[in-house]
Unconditional design. Sequence first.
Length: 139
Amino acid sequence: MTDVRSFRHACYAAARRTGGEVIEFRVADDVTPSFHQGLIAYRERTVAVACTRDSAVLALAESRTIGFVDGVGESGPLTFVDAPELMAVLAALLPGSQVLTPSELNGPFDAATWPHVSSNDVTYWRPGTLGEALFNYWD
């Protein structure tokens, strides 16, 4: 598991090394989402570095807004993006972590390969992809 402090530190260091600037952190403190986000702004786009709360798995995604309807937080699935330089820097800064590519995250979910994902969560949320299983946003 990657603690929030290490995650924040890695995001700041990765932003400096890749010419970006950290503009926001979204720390998950409820059941969903199951991941924290560090937003790194570049001239051409903003990238969300997503880190699961219960394991050292990271992904890069498009920045997204979490809206509220009738007091309930709503958001959709992450759209994973490829940024090889940022991925390499994060992997070096967080040894023991796993930075997954969009093709891995958009591929099928195999529960046997990811035993730390709760079988109750899989039954309830029915993730269609690895990304949906690891980076849960559902209520």
